[in-house]
Design a protein around this ligand. Structure first.
Ligand SMILES: [Zn+2]
Length: 115
């Protein structure tokens, strides 16, 4: 798993954004994570707390929202959401689909205190 590397880069972005906003404290971070990333939320959270310790991000609430897997059907050109991989198009049942979402991981929003 790549949780540590990905958490480090996320943390860097959070710090940069907070500094840009002139924040004295980061209170909340809302993350979006695609189901296909395979990330374990507990691991992301644990790494994040470790990195945040002693910084303005320490104690920030980390909310992880899972983004479902999305596939685009090559037969009927429609998009559908999936709980798991390996299922076909929800509209016509075709297995001729490509992955259209679920690999992403990004900061959706964050709340900061300006002192
Ligand atoms: Zn289809």
């Amino acid at each position: 798993m790549h949780e540590l590397a990905i958490t480090q880069s996320l943390f860097k972005i959070v710090l940069e954004q907070a500094q840009k906003a002139g924040a004295v404290k980061v209170s909340r971070i809302n993350l979006k994570v695609g189901r296909l990333t395979g990330y374990v939320p507990e691991a992301v959270e644990m790494n994040f707390n470790l990195l945040a310790s002693g910084t303005i991000v320490e104690g920030a609430g980390l909310k992880i929202e899972w983004v479902p897997v999305k596939v685009l059907c090559r037969d009927c050109q429609k998009e559908s959401e999936q709980q798991d991989l390996g299922l076909g198009c929800a509209h016509c049942g075709s297995l001729n689909v490509q992955i259209a979402g679920g690999r992403e991981m990004y900061i959706d929003s964050m709340e900061v205190d300006n002192g």
